[in-house]
Design a protein around this ligand. Sequence first.
Ligand code: ARG
Length: 465
Amino acid sequence: MAKLWSGRFESESSKLLEDFNASIGFDWQMWREDIQGSKAHAKMLAKIGVLSQSELDSILGGLEQIATMIESGDFEFNNSDEDIHMAIESKLTQLIGESGKKLHTARSRNDQVALDFRLFSLRANTSLRHSIIALMQTLLHIAREHTHTIMPGMTHLQHAQPVNLGFHIVAWCCSLQRDVQRLQDSFKRNNFSPLGSGALAGTPYGNDREFVARELGFSAPTLNAMDSVSDRDFALDLLYDIAMLMMHISRISEELVLWSSAEFGFITLSDSYSTGSSIMPQKKNPDVPELLRGKSGRSFGNLMALLSVMKSLPLAYNKDTQEDKEGVFDSVRTAQISLEILRECLATTRFNTENMRKMASIGHLSATDLADFLVRECGVPFRDSHHITGKVVAYAEKKGVDISALTQEELQSIDSRIKEGASAVLDIESSMQARDSLGGCASAQTLLQIESLEMFITQAKSAME
Ligand code: ARG
């Protein structure tokens, strides 16, 4: 069949070119956006008098019919159509005849693809926010149950100070909250309609771009036609937002991998989210968090790839930008499934709280509390209290116990400045509860943080309704 643009050509294009040039192999995924955009465009054309009511009706009917065909798998995508835009337009003309040929009036594929891809990216943005929030809800549910579950807090992956499991999980949620906020910001920044920009310079038809923007749910039309057809910042924003999200997911996953090892023993992953080894029958592997950790790689790559495509491109549209889509599709798909599976994996994980508690009694985690006690209650300058505590730690090490196990008598025999009440502050639970400063790990503070995140979720959800 002749190409829609074949007027000035004398011979047919080579098969090799056809396959190389075509984007329909992947951009068919924007068929919903293409049809949605075409409907709005057609309504606008009728509004400004380019289409009659009956032409509009038959175009809208034809587009509906095409949507049904694609949905039910009755639409064949062919490289000879080049892209989803021309595939749908040709099919429309095939279905409804002459009026189908009028749909592309006052429109170019340049503003059409800019529109479709923007709609796709914004839609993905919203659905990712929903999925991140679902993950946060699962995490906060777990956090609420564990505001008293003592575990070792770490720096340098070494036992540092006792915290509670809820507090640690809230820390994860804070990074996810920023991911939602980043998506909210980029949604707002990019929610403008490029349709009506034409090929690069606008159109001579007096397109009602405000109408189209409203019809499609954008906040307004974009400002400048030339920028509109060449801008892919919306896609880069999304790729960056996803890269950050996947980086956070990789950090959570890394902790799940560590925690599920025999060395930590903090969690037991459910059988349904673990895998076995083909040679070692005893093994249960944390493949899910490992794969999640690994998936961040491609999301960073997709961001770098599109930055490289866009670098140095002259205005306005260039075919290079056809390379913008596959990475975005891949990142969106990757992030979606990652969020979903991480949520499921966490919801089915068993937290071995006794083990966490046991590990918190290793490494003299309350040493700082003794130093603080000496300052506050015994009038010892911090430098001296640090030194005295060091001696207490050395004594406990020699005895082969944690400092929290030392008695008041033992403490006083090490240094007479250690007053009554010191052994109580060495208790791991009181050490955790003592960090009651704003943002600290005390159970009451952890609960406040959980409530604040829950409030954020309520607002973020209602903003998407
Ligand atoms: N398939 C193209 C893309 O993805 C659509 C726009 C083509 N425009 C053009 N003038 N060749 O970018």
